[in-house]
Ligand binder design. Structure first.
Ligand code: ZN
Length: 311
């Protein structure tokens, strides 16, 4: 039981249309639309059954209050768990939330035996949102009941192992209190990134601007957001962002034999990291720097965000 048995099952709860320039990539192709999936994750550690976020609501509510939504046959999280993974909602011990944006919290009341664990600053913002974010947190001001109404959360203020092998660490910037979740597995640390990055491509450079990471454009604090992207880069052997189909659909569960492990904090000639070195105790996990020849090949092969439009 434990790390050797731990498996993460991505659950796609539907699709939303977002702008590539104002959401997915800073200085990305504004005006070009990208259909992105909304994943949440079921984690079975052998001793605990956990959800990380709970995903989308139905199409009508999502489209009416938020973004154009298309379920494309995807189920709600509790239906998917029961029908596709054979897990009854009552079996879920805990739900760990990366943040409390509307597309990460729906149907949370379906899990009546679950503890609700969330970042402290997210709980505070959800119950008293800045007016800019009434929709984002489904404030009662909209005339609808938010998914978390009446739920009692356990607040996490500092990085900690909330359950054995499940560590929440600070990744603010996309939202005020966002925390990513690192899951210890037989093949390394898999980071469920919430919205700290939207897609894997956010971790790779923007060569036109000289940025080591092509960070997302939807944020409340760009300085913290950049730092959080570097933090994920330092800690993850594999990343599961909530809005990236490729990263989540490579296999029915993670880790799996042949899973492409990423290189942590790899220096690429011509690009600089801004924040400090690897976290204490993990310096040896940083990848060696790319050579100039390797960098040229790598940069030539990078996908441009404009080629993601319409998918
Ligand atoms: Zn979000």
């Amino acid at each position: 039981m434990g790390v050797q048995e731990t498996r993460i099952y991505p659950i796609n709860t539907g699709w939303l249309e977002a702008d590539l320039g104002t959401y997915v990539f800073w200085k990305g192709p504004a005006g070009k639309k990208y259909w992105n999936p909304v994943y949440c994750h079921y984690v079975d550690t052998g001793t605990h059954k956990i959800l990380i976020d709970t995903g989308l609501c139905d199409e009508e509510r999502a489209t009416r209050y938020h973004h154009k939504c298309d379920k494309r046959g995807c189920l709600q999280v509790h239906e998917h768990l029961e029908q596709k993974l054979g897990v009854h909602p009552d079996e879920i011990d805990a739900i760990v939330f990366t943040h409390l944006h509307w597309d990460h919290v729906q149907n949370m009341k379906q899990f009546k035996n679950a503890r609700y664990i969330a970042p402290k600053a997210e709980i505070e913002m959800a119950f008293n949102p800045l007016p800019l974010y009434y929709r984002t947190y489904e404030s009662g001001y909209l005339g609808i009941e938010p998914a978390y109404a009446g739920c009692v959360f356990e607040a996490v203020a500092d990085e900690c192992e909330v359950l054995p092998g499940i560590t929440m660490f600070h990744t603010p910037g996309h939202s005020v209190g966002h925390m990513a979740v690192s899951v210890a597995t037989a093949m390394g640390d898999i980071v469920v990134a919430g919205d700290a990055i939207f897609v894997e491509r956010n971790l790779e450079p923007n060569p036109e601007e000289g940025w080591r990471h092509w960070v997302p454009a939807r944020f409340v604090n760009s300085y913290e957001g950049w730092k959080s992207v570097e933090e994920i880069d330092k800690r993850a052997d594999y990343v599961l962002p909530c809005h990236d189909e490729a990263a989540n659909a490579r296999a029915p569960y993670f880790p799996y034999e042949g899973m492409p492990l990423r290189k942590r904090r790899q220096h690429i000639p011509g690009f600089k990291f801004y924040f400090g070195d690897m976290p204490a105790g993990s310096v040896a996990k940083a990848a060696p720097a790319m050579t100039t020849a390797e960098a040229e090949r790598y940069l030539a092969g990078l996908k441009h965000p404009k080629d993601m439009a319409g998918t």
